[in-house]
Design a protein around this ligand. Structure first.
Ligand code: DX5
Ligand code: ZN
Length: 220
């Protein structure tokens, strides 16, 4: 089956001194979504950006802001990220005590809700969440940094979740994040992913390379 593949560049690998221009450049280069990695130095060992930066970037593109929250606690920041212009908010079950409540909270704010599984978190975690989510993100690296190597055994998890999604009959995106490059992208797609996050592989070579990088990641 051929499903259309969406590319969501992670701006973690962009030039942070020129973030607005970088977002415009990946937009013009044909990305589908913009992946924004929010890290707090507590849930993950790195600190990145907050809602003010998301808000500042919003006028630079009309593309979907795909916001991956790696912060704990998470619930009290959801409103701010929605007000800043997020379209999809994705959360880790490990980030708070009540993932089901967090998913409902995100949906009540009028945006799409995603759940993300770390490499060590089993697909089973989704059993009582899948009917409520719009997106499932499989981490193919441990969260915290760009530029890490793809963990191959996550392909089996992607395959298992693809089956779970198809069983629901609902349209749920299956996203993969971490170590996606021209070699691992086709494997993730083959396993059933339809949204690829790519930081290093999108931004490598600077703005003149973005369109080519995105096309190659999509398999074109
Ligand atoms: C890791 C982040 C990823 C990361 C991907 O915690 O969630 O989005 O930026 O970077 P690459 O594509 O370089 O592995
Ligand atoms: Zn991410």
């Amino acid at each position: 089956m051929t499903r259309s593949i969406l590319i969501s560049p992670s701006i973690l690998s962009a030039d942070f001194a020129r973030l607005g221009e970088e977002v415009r450049a990946i937009d013009e280069a044909g990305c589908d979504w913009v992946h924004i990695d929010v890290m707090d130095g507590h849930f993950v060992p790195n600190i990145t950006i907050g809602p003010n930066v998301v808000k500042a970037l919003r006028p630079h593109t009309t593309k979907v802001f795909d916001v991956h929250l790696m912060i704990s606690p998470v619930d009290q920041y959801l409103e701010a990220f929605v007000a800043a212009g997020s379209d999809i908010i994705t959360v880790h079950p490990e980030a708070g005590p009540h993932i089901h409540r967090t998913v409902q909270h995100i949906k009540s704010l009028g945006v799409k809700a995603g759940v993300v599984l770390n490499p060590g978190t089993p697909a089973k975690m989704l059993d009582y969440l899948i009917d409520d989510v719009d997106l499932i993100l499989v981490m193919s690296v441990n969260p915290g940094f760009g530029g890490q190597s793809f963990i191959d055994n996550q392909l089996r998890k992607i395959e298992a979740i693809r089956k779970m999604i198809d069983k629901t009959g609902r349209e749920i995106h299956l996203q993969v994040d971490g170590g996606i490059d021209f070699t691992t992208a086709p494997k993730a797609i083959e396993a059933g992913a339809d949204v690829l996050v790519a930081g290093t592989a999108t931004f490598r070579g600077g703005p003149s390379a973005y369109a080519d990088n995105i096309r190659k990641l999509r398999g074109g």
